[in-house]
Write a protein that binds this ligand. Sequence first.
Ligand code: SF4
Length: 486
Amino acid sequence: MTRRLLTRWDDDKPREECGVFGIFDNEEAAALTVLGLHALQHRGQEAAGVVTFDGKMFHSHRALGLVGDHFSSESVIAGLPGRAAIGHVRYSTAGAPLLRNVQPLFADFAFGGLALGHNGNLTNALTLRRQLVERGCLFQSTSDTEVIVHLIARSTQPTVVERLIDALRQVEGAYALVAMSGEALYGVRDPLGVRPLVLGDLDGSPILASETCALDIMGARFVRDVEPGELVILDADGVDSLKPFALLPRRFCIFEYVYFARPDSAVEGANIYEVRKRIGAELAKDQPAPADIVVPVPDSGVPAAIGYAQAANLPFELGLIRNHYVGRTFIEPSDRIRHLGVKLKHNANKGTVAGKRVVLVDDSIVRGTTSTKIVAMIRNAGAAEVHMRVASPPTTHSCFYGVDTPERSQLLAARNDLEAMARIIGVDSLAFLSLDGLYRAVGGAARDPVQPQYCDACFSGDYPTTLEDLGQGQDPNQLSLMLEDA
Ligand code: SF4
């Protein structure tokens, strides 16, 4: 019932996925994992969890809400003893936001305990789950991660590593996974490398993290990206690497560069802030606008707007001010208040935009509802013209790899041509960065249409895996609802 009263201010953005962290052989493993999760909070705000191992027993603390809400007290950290820990922040791309879905999941196997958390989405989870249920498996959560747990349990392989490999060979989709047994930590990236995972080091304690900002927060050293299809083992002997999966061409998520990753992270060797400025510069070259000032939609549009302004030689101005204290959700007592809600999060800066021709830069447009309200706000503040420039191509397809986008029918660009979109949003002109422009900004090489170098399916519809659940008429993003109904 409570969930019906909550609305998200960010529901016109693709929602973040999940973040994972793990550290081995450190006396402050739990506290450092909590720090790491703080740095990864942008990847999921619905729930957080930490599991530690003290040499004999596993300890777990999981909660719905932000990391700071549940992991700030000494007593919580004291209840998580041990020199090895993994942690997870979550947005529920599959599985409803229930405590039993909060990761890391933990299970007792024949070989001992194993905790497991992943970022991504399995595109054959429902198919596998049905097969497992037919064979007698009892599921306790609606999370697709539990499918991996059951596959590990049913594996006849002799070791933890071989069971993990056996399980992962049966799943499809995108995952960056951390797991912890009584002997070691394990980090795995799916063979396409859709989601990020890095290896770090803090004074000899190896670390796994979704992004490098989680290393920076504790002064840890970045060692390298975990390779697509690589399994790393962190144990008493150091860090070992296996490549147990069939080699596939890389398809890293290009949207990580556009929106998801934190600007101070380095992803696949590139600093996100610098990439976003390059994206903005490409946009200015591709799509110039007759304007006096460049205004970003804060916060995610800021780096691209800086790049745009520099390339177009126009002043960069904060014509929209964001209220950082609104929070992610707000009680929605009536339609009128909901309509006003966007003003709580953003307000036009009249003194800056009045009488000016504004080029408004945002990172992406999903439904277009927030853009419409922001444009109206800038016009009401007295702007002479509003030209919108979007630092990514039109979002025409849903993501099935761990990013919660609305179904296609709700995507503005899937239903309308450019002219219609401009009319709906209420701008004098609208333009998007081309897919080729995005490729130039992130990597230099032109997009190979036969074998694209990134996953760009939400812009192109070119999905890098088969979508087995979808092929059976089931949307993997709706998995939780179907599982709840089952
Ligand atoms: S569909 Fe889009 S958001 Fe999803 S993994 Fe591919 S590029 Fe990223």
